[in-house]
Design a protein around this ligand. Sequence first.
Ligand code: GLY
Length: 399
Amino acid sequence: MRYRIQARQLLLPVLLWIAGLASAQQQQPLSKAIDAALNNAVNQYKYLRDHLPPGVMPKTFLATKKLETSGSSWWTSGFYPGSLLYLYEYSKDTAMLNEANRRLVLLEKEQFNKGTHDLGFMMFCSFGNANRLNPSKAYTDILVNSARSLSTRFNPTVGCIQSWNARNGWKFPVIIDNMMNLELLFWATKFTGDSSFYKIAVTHANTTIKNHYRADHSSWHVVDYDPETGAVRAKQTAQGFADSSAWARGQAWGLYGFTVMYRSTKDKKYLVQADAIAQFLLHHPNLPADKIPYWDYNSIDIPATYRDASAAAITASALLELSRYTDAKKSAQYISTAEQIIRALSSRVYTAAPGENGGFLLKHSTGNLPGNSEVDVPLTYADYYYIEAMLRYKQLKNK
Ligand code: GLY
């Protein structure tokens, strides 16, 4: 009986999904395909909500059909509420808002977490969006406290916020991903008038340009510093194919991060940096025709290895923003690449059928292949940046 009700409830979304994907494949205008994808996403996230135990956040769905969850202190905890808020913004479906609010309560205590650099991801993707849609003192207090907690990890001698605590022989490891946590600091300066957050973000970004980037504008994953002298101790990888390789998601974080740097400071050097990263990625000989990168641009197993849909989604969202700042030729190139990525992600290859994939939207992301963790799976952040990219595309076209 329960199965029959569920099957009936799923029938309409399945039919709409098939119709949406079929017409997407007939190259209907992308904005129409995006509406179909976003409507599908609202239904799919209701499925995820209905299968998610209370008190936790979703992480991924394993091939064994097991939903993996996390507590609020895991770095991805802000993406599920953030995606729900984006979907609420699009659909005005209060089921999305109610579920976001239920999960935001779990995250509140992380505003005082000084043991992670991931507070930008965790708090700005969640409470940042909540405050953007429904400004409130409760949200701004949480965001300011989060920015203060994040700032305690800044070391002025190094000129960076420490990513991970000392481990694996590293004393002060900084990962390229950390560029994504700076947006919270810019927000905090704007809101409080205290320029110290801004200065930390700019110093971190400048140190990152100097030490994380290679001559070809690809990036190392981890740079380890001596916290006493600021000297670079090592340049390595943790999640990439090799120390010298271009780990796909790291490149996407850098592209997005330097685009935010330009938006927040209007300093041309960050635009130059973001453009250079984009050119490295878009001209890379190992970038497949559908523009969904392999998990590492330099994996020796290409083409017989995994893609990373999350890196593609982050890249699409970043390119759409960057297209607003750069010259006309690059702008057209960035929009066209983002369009290709969104179309590919919205196809049956990457988008799950309703009720499949544990309720996540996208298949085929790679979390940490060397660690044999989250390989060829759905991930909350792939969904988050995919939804963000689609909303950005709609905004761009509505202008
Ligand atoms: N640390 C974030 C990531 O795996 O991309």
